[in-house]
Design a protein around this ligand. Structure first.
Ligand code: 13P
Ligand code: SF4
Length: 344
């Protein structure tokens, strides 16, 4: 084995030895060394979302984090190439923020059910229906949808973004559950015209939502939480705000992927149930070996799961897949993303 790969393998054996089969650590350590060499040759930075599988997550990203964090890193990097280990809307956001860089996405088809749920024309139709009402768009959307929006948000700042607008009514797209969870936190009444529901003239504090859902977080139920609580009465349950509102209400804490990681790090409880994409449970378990991470691990994001060590290596080797956003759309989308970044 290459000596550099041997060092990496030994390190990962300590942190991931209980989670990942030995042959996988061994095999992927060699690919990680190839990737790290290519990264230097191409003056590239690798950004890795918290949902990356454990070996990739622990071996090649220069920066790891949630969507908000990685957007900031993409905006400020001085490297020539950004390799985004995440899904298409994330790679597009990097290009929107830092257009002079080559942005590479290792798995061309890694999409997102939320981003697929709404088109730019859908947003224009809502704007015609509710003229003058500001449009907040979740960052889990494509560039042309962002371009129709006043401001973007992520799960880490959605409440702050809505409150920053200081208007009674906002259009909040496209995640039905995130919108409902934000409405509850901000005291707004929410309606969903796309699935029936008209503005109630008697209510002056409102949100107008859309019917998009995350296909991963939609799978978690209140029964899941109750059955785990029966077996482990002292379990702390964490949910991502893309979970259905009744699931979030049943949990002890809800926050972005970064916020959930920090919560477990800073808490002393023995058992945690983290209701989000499975690999993140593994990554938290690796960082907190003294804590017991309970799993409902049938729920992997099929899109995030497309990013592999092999296709990251090939993306740098063959310069693929290059993400481009037409300049006319990029400039308008930039306004919405940049406003969000400035809020924090
Ligand atoms: P975060 O912004 O919390 O990292 O979430 C992104 C995402 O796609 C969750 O499913
Ligand atoms: Fe999209 Fe859900 Fe996958 Fe996140 S977990 S990328 S919201 S499908």
């Amino acid at each position: 084995m290459n000596p550099e790969a041997q060092v990496l393998y030994e390190e990962m054996k300590v942190s991931l030895g209980k989670l990942v089969p030995d042959f996988e650590l061994y095999y992927k350590s060699e690919i990680a060394v190839e990737i790290n060499q290519l990264k230097k040759e191409r003056n590239a930075v690798i950004l890795g979302h918290n949902y990356m599988e454990p070996v990739l997550f622990h071996s090649i990203p220069d920066f790891k984090g949630d969507s908000l964090d990685l957007s900031r890193k993409a905006a400020s990097t001085d490297k020539d190439v950004i390799v985004f280990c995440g899904v298409k809307f994330m790679a597009e956001t990097a290009k929107i923020l830092n257009p002079s860089k080559t942005v590479l996405m290792p798995a061309e088809k890694a999409g997102c059910s939320l981003a697929e749920s709404i088109t730019a024309e859908d947003v224009r139709a809502l704007k015609r229906k509710y003229p003058g009402v500001p449009v907040v768009t979740y960052v889990n959307t494509y560039a042309d949808v962002k371009a129709e929006s006043d401001i973007c948000c992520t799960s880490g700042n959605a409440i702050a973004v809505v409150e920053s607008l200081k208007t009674d009514t906002v259009i909040f797209l496209p995640d039905q559950y995130l919108a409902s969870n934000v409405a509850r936190e901000t005291g707004k009444h929410i309606i969903f015209p796309s699935i029936g529901g008209a503005l109630d003239p008697l209510l002056d504090v409102q949100m107008i939502g859309w019917h998009g859902k995350c296909e991963v977080h939609d799978k978690f139920t209140v029964e899941d939480i109750r059955s785990v609580r029966e077996q482990f009465p002292d379990v702390i349950v964490l949910t991502h705000p893309e979970c259905p509102p009744e699931v979030v209400a049943e949990s002890d804490y809800s926050g972005s992927t970064n916020a959930m990681i920090k919560f477990v790090q800073d808490s002393q409880a023995p058992h945690y149930l983290v209701l989000t994409e499975c690999s993140m449970g593994d990554n938290i378990a690796a960082a907190n070996p003294e804590k017991d991470l309970l799993r409902l691990c049938m729920v992997r994001c099929p899109h995030m799961n497309m990013i592999t060590m092999e296709n990251v290596r090939d993306s740098l080797l063959h310069n693929r897949t290059v993400i481009d956003v037409p300049e006319e759309i990029r400039v308008r989308a930039f306004q919405a993303v940049d406003r969000m970044i400035k809020i924090g």
